[in-house]
Design a protein around this ligand. Structure first.
Ligand SMILES: [Zn+2]
Length: 247
């Protein structure tokens, strides 16, 4: 048996009273667990396995299938993320990107920290669109897919004018290195994206962007992500629906 600190990444019902709970933990990375009986009334695991909960989880060593989750304690319930439809949709989308991108039991402390930061930023609800752009961008970087926006990904030529972004190459390409999937990138959008590497997120989230900037950043990051994952995350559509009605 062992303890790990982690976040509830996703859950689904199993059998009559149980739940499969996938955690992202500091010690083991993504890890599948079975919370037996947690759907029964007054079960002590019920609160612990709510989506987005940060907790200490006590797990059995796995013989086959899932680790048994037998006890634990809540560090942060993150109830505020579940109580607000927009925050919930944003958090679900952020976690689905992670779930789709990482292997099981391959720990990454930087990713763990990014989840922690992501929940804090979404909780602030300053500008959830910009928050998600920041998280999409930082998540690419954390997973080793960081975008190259200073110079050509093909030949390293420094680029200042006429910027073209290739989603499959994950960065800018010069005229000679273009492959045909490029989209134009404005200087302003590039400057904002580069700012995502340098600015403190709380400073960054005070940026005021106009609609065209927001649309461009969304398009670039959506394409960058779609080039990295096999299918669009389901939670993206839900986020788009609720955010278009409420923002
Ligand atoms: Zn080039």
């Amino acid at each position: 048996m062992f303890w790990c600190e982690g976040f509830v990444l996703k859950t689904r019902p199993m059998g009559e009273a149980d739940r499969v709970v996938v955690l992202y933990s500091k010690e083991k990375g993504k890890i599948g667990t079975a919370a037996k009986g947690c759907r029964r009334p007054k079960n002590r695991l019920a609160a612990l396995v709510q989506p987005f909960t940060k907790g200490d989880f006590y797990l059995s060593e796995r013989t086959s299938g899932l680790h048994d989750l037998s006890q634990g304690s809540i560090i942060e319930s993150n109830q505020n993320l579940r109580d607000d439809l927009l925050k919930m949709a944003a958090s679900n989308y952020f976690l689905e990107l992670i779930d789709m991108s990482v292997e099981t039991e391959d720990p990454d402390l930087d990713l763990y920290r990014l989840i922690n930061l992501g929940f804090k930023l979404i909780g602030l609800k300053t500008d959830l669109n910009l928050t998600l752009r920041y998280l999409e961008y930082r998540l690419l970087y954390t997973l080793g897919w960081g975008l190259q926006l200073q110079s050509c990904v093909g030949c390293g030529l420094e680029l200042k004018e006429d910027l073209f972004f290739s989603p499959t190459e994950g960065g800018l390409t010069c005229e000679n290195c273009r492959k045909g999937d490029e989209v134009s990138l404005s200087k302003k959008a590039r400057a904002i994206l580069i700012g995502f590497d340098r600015l403190h997120p709380r400073t960054l989230l005070r940026l005021k962007l106009d609609e065209a900037d927001k649309k461009e950043l969304e398009k670039i990051l959506r394409q960058a992500w779609d080039a990295r994952i096999e299918k669009s995350p389901k939670a993206w559509q839900f986020w788009k629906e609720v955010s278009s009605q409420e923002i």
